[in-house]
Design a protein around this ligand. Structure first.
Ligand code: FUB
Length: 322
């Protein structure tokens, strides 16, 4: 009898130990979404993507939040075109930061083709990560071409000396410019210059910057975003103003998994120094350029600080608490 009881107890203990652990799968949530901006706000993971439909239909943004990278909650319409008086045509490619308890949502709008048109990069603000976000300035933050860069695809980098930088640019040119601390405009760097061009070899769009062990990592997308060869490369420099020399590709298609893997951002979990790359890609065999889906995989560094090539997967990543 005692033997049977202890066998039952052992079986129960084994069951408790074998609670199946949660695992994501790629794409991480349903729907055509692209240009995902990853942020950690209020103890949760957040993704702010472009709604990947024709430009004319890009009239607002949804956001997604998660506590574990596996289960995602959709927040619909966190920023709508109706709340940006100067936006008329398309809104896409968000960049997010938190500052002094407010949340700032940078975005591209109107797809301007010359300085004669109204549009460029805007910024909206909210009290909560889920919005509702409202236009901050009543006009674009960057409304013209500088150094040949179309004012799209913003990324905001907060340096550890307190400076805020906007890194942006389409049409194969990347600029970095210092932001005023209240994000109401741009201001010169110490050398008196405003628009610093940092375009590396093969740069196309989708820039991103972070700092690790005292070095500045600059990342971007190359290739064409509607096609299979879209990809991500990077450089390492000693200053946010460059220079940046291309090191190589770290994210690209895998003909067994998906095509056009690009326009990424990153989750850095400080607790265990783990890094996740959040990016969009096209399903295999689907040639509609707007059919883009958001996926997450691991990103790792070698002992010298180089970024290792990312393995893109269908399985995604295991649950990862913050
Ligand atoms: O979503 C529109 C465009 O797709 C972005 O500007 C590019 O970076 C590309 O991802």
């Amino acid at each position: 009898m005692r033997l049977r009881t202890s066998l039952i107890q052992a079986a129960l203990a084994a069951c408790v130990a074998f609670v199946p652990f949660a695992h994501a799968s790629n794409p991480v949530f349903p729907g055509w979404y692209a240009d995902p901006e990853a942020a950690i706000f209020e103890g949760q993971y957040w993704i702010y993507p472009t709604t990947s439909v024709r430009y004319g239909l890009q009239t607002g943004f949804d956001a997604f939040s998660s506590k574990d990278l596996v289960h995602w909650t959709k927040h619909e319409g966190v920023l709508r075109m109706a709340d940006v008086p100067w936006a008329k045509k398309a809104m896409w490619a968000p960049a997010m930061v938190e500052k002094d308890g407010k949340y700032y949502f940078f975005f591209s709008a109107n797809d301007i083709q010359s300085d004669k048109e109204v549009g460029g990069i805007g910024v909206a603000v909210a009290d909560k990560p889920e919005g509702p976000f409202k236009d901050l300035l009543g006009k674009p933050l960057v409304d013209a071409f500088h150094n040949g860069a179309q004012p799209i695809d913003p990324f905001v980098f907060h340096d550890d000396d307190g400076s805020w930088y906007l890194i942006y640019g389409g049409w194969k040119h990347a600029n970095v410019v210092k932001l005023k601390p209240d994000f109401s405009g741009v201001e010169p760097t110490a050398d008196g210059k405003l628009w610093h061009e940092i375009t590396p070899e093969k740069y196309v769009e989708g820039p991103l910057m972070f700092k690790r062990n005292g070095k500045y990592y600059f990342m971007w997308s190359e290739g064409g975003w509607t096609g299979p060869d879209y990809s991500v490369a990077y450089a390492i420099g000693d200053s946010p103003l460059g220079p940046f020399k291309r090191i190589g590709k770290i994210l690209q298609q895998d003909p067994k998994i998906a095509t056009g893997a690009g326009h990424h951002s990153l989750f850095h979990v400080k607790r265990d120094d783990s890094w996740f790359i959040v990016y969009h890609r096209h399903p295999l065999g689907d040639t509609d350029g707007n059919h883009r889906e958001v996926s997450i995989d691991r990103m790792e560094f070698d002992a010298q600080g180089h970024i290792l090539p990312v393995t893109i997967t269908n399985e995604g990543v295991p649950a990862h608490a913050l």
